[in-house]
Design a protein around this ligand. Structure first.
Ligand code: F6P
Length: 357
C-alpha cells in the first residue's frame, strides 16, 4: 500500500490536472494499492491539515480541464520559517500532517517558489517528488515546464488578433505578455506572432533604439509596428539601479505597468499613436493545448514510476527530448533565464526583430 499526498502550489497553469491524472493513472495500472490525499490550496492545505481523500474517479475526465481540482495559493518560501499569526510553526505543521497520515511521499506540482519549499521538506526528511509547472518556463533543470506551450498559444493568438487591426490602422501596438523575471513566454509568443520588437527582462532596452526600429520600419513602408513586451521588461537606466533604488522608483510609478510607460515614452518622443493590450491571466487559463496534455501525462507517469520504485527527492523534468529525474537540490533556488547570447535570440535578430538593445 502506498499513501500519497498531492498538492498544487503557486500561480496555476494549464495541465496541472493532466499531470496529476498521469500520476494516478500510472499508479492505478500497478498491482500496488494506493491512497491519495489531496491537500487543498497548495502548501496551506498541508500546513493546516486541509485535505480530501481522492479516488481514481476524481481524476477521470480532467485531462482537458484547466486550473487545478485541488486549488492553489502562494505561500512564499521566505515566510515558511516564520510562525503564522497564531504562532504555528509551518514547517513543523507540514511534517506533523505528513507523519500523522503516514504518507509514503508528497507529489508537489509547482514553479520556482514551490520548489524551494519542496526542497526544504526533503531536507527535513520527507519523501518528495515534484513536477515542473509554470507558464514562465523558468525552472532550472528542465528544458520545458507544462503550461508554457498553452500560454504561448494564447499570447500568440492575442498578437495575431492585434495584427489584423494593426494592419488597418497605422499605429504602434504593444502586447504585454506575462513574465516578471524571465522572457521565454514573450520571446516565443513574440516570434510566433511576428512581433517586430520584443522586450524581455534579460535584455534591458533603450527607448531610442525602439524608436529607431519603428522609424526604420516606417522608412521601409510599414504602416504599423507590433511590440511583444514582457511584464518585467526593464530599461537600461533602470537595470543599473540597485534593487532598493528600483523598489523606491516603483513606489511613485505613475503607470499600471511597464508597457504603458513605454507607450507614453514613444508617444512623447515620436508623436505616434500607441495602444496597449494586456491579455494578463487569460494566458494561464482555459484548456491545456495538446502538447501540454501529452507532456504533463508523460511527466505524471514518470512520477508514478518513481513512487512505485520508492525513489524520492527528484523533480521529473525534460532534457534533450527525454523525460529525466533531476535531484531537487539542483533545481531549488535557480532560475532558467534567456541568455542574450542564446541562439534563439540571435536567430530572432537575424530576421530583423529588435530587442531594443
Ligand atoms: O505563475 C507565473 C505567473 O503567471 C507569472 O507569469 C506572472 O508574472 C505571475 O504569475 C502573476 O502572478 P499572480 O497570479 O499572483 O498575479
Amino acid at each position: 500500500m502506498k499513501r500519497i499526498g498531492m498538492l498544487t502550489s503557486g500561480g496555476d497553469c494549464q495541465a496541472l490536472n493532466a499531470a496529476m491524472r498521469g500520476v494516478v493513472k500510472c499508479l492505478s495500472c500497478s498491482e500496488e494499492a494506493v491512497e491519495i490525499y489531496g491537500f487543498l490550496d497548495g502548501y496551506k492545505g498541508l500546513i493546516y491539515g486541509n485535505f480530501r481523500m481522492l479516488t481514481g474517479n476524481d481524476f477521470a475526465g480532467i485531462l482537458t480541464k484547466g486550473g487545478t481540482i485541488l486549488g492553489s495559493s502562494r505561500t512564499p518560501f521566505k515566510l515558511m520559517r516564520e510562525p503564522d499569526e497564531n504562532g504555528l510553526d509551518k514547517v513543523e505543521a507540514m511534517k506533523q500532517n505528513y507523519y500523522k497520515l503516514q504518507l509514503d511521499c508528497l507529489v508537489i506540482l509547482g514553479g520556482n517558489g514551490t520548489h524551494k519549499t519542496a526542497n526544504l521538506l526533503r531536507e527535513e526528511g520527507l519523501n518528495v517528488i515534484t513536477l515542473p509547472k509554470t507558464i514562465d518556463n523558468d525552472l532550472w533543470g528542465t528544458d520545458m515546464t507544462f503550461g508554457f506551450q498553452s500560454a504561448v498559444d494564447i499570447a500568440t493568438d492575442c498578437i495575431d488578433c492585434i495584427h489584423t487591426t494593426a494592419s488597418s490602422h497605422g499605429r504602434i501596438f504593444i502586447v504585454e505578455v506575462m513574465g516578471h523575471k524571465v522572457g521565454w513566454l514573450t520571446l516565443n509568443a513574440g516570434m510566433a506572432g511576428g512581433a517586430d520588437i520584443i522586450l524581455i527582462p534579460e535584455i534591458p532596452y533603450d527607448i531610442n533604439k525602439i524608436i529607431d526600429a519603428i522609424n526604420a520600419r516606417e522608412a521601409r513602408g510599414s504602416r504599423f509596428t507590433i511590440m511583444a513586451v514582457a511584464e518585467g521588461a526593464i530599461s537600461k537606466e533602470d537595470a543599473k539601479l540597485s534593487k532598493k533604488e528600483y523598489k523606491e522608483k516603483l513606489k511613485n510609478y505613475p503607470y499600471p505597468s511597464v508597457s504603458y510607460e513605454i507607450a507614453d515614452e514613444i508617444q512623447k518622443r515620436s508623436g505616434k499613436e500607441v495602444r496597449v493590450t494586456v491579455p494578463g491571466h487569460t494566458q494561464r487559463g482555459g484548456s491545456p493545448c495538446p502538447y501540454d496534455r501529452v507532456f504533463a501525462t508523460r511527466l505524471g507517469a514518470e512520477a508514478g514510476k518513481l513512487i512505485l520504485q520508492g525513489e524520492y527527492g527528484f523533480m521529473v523534468g525534460y532534457k534533450n527530448r527525454e523525460i529525466v529525474r533531476v535531484p531537487l537540490e539542483e533545481v531549488a533556488g535557480k532560475l532558467k533565464m534567456v541568455s542574450p547570447d542564446a541562439s534563439i535570440v540571435q536567430e530572432a535578430k537575424m530576421v530583423g526583430i529588435s530587442f531594443g538593445d
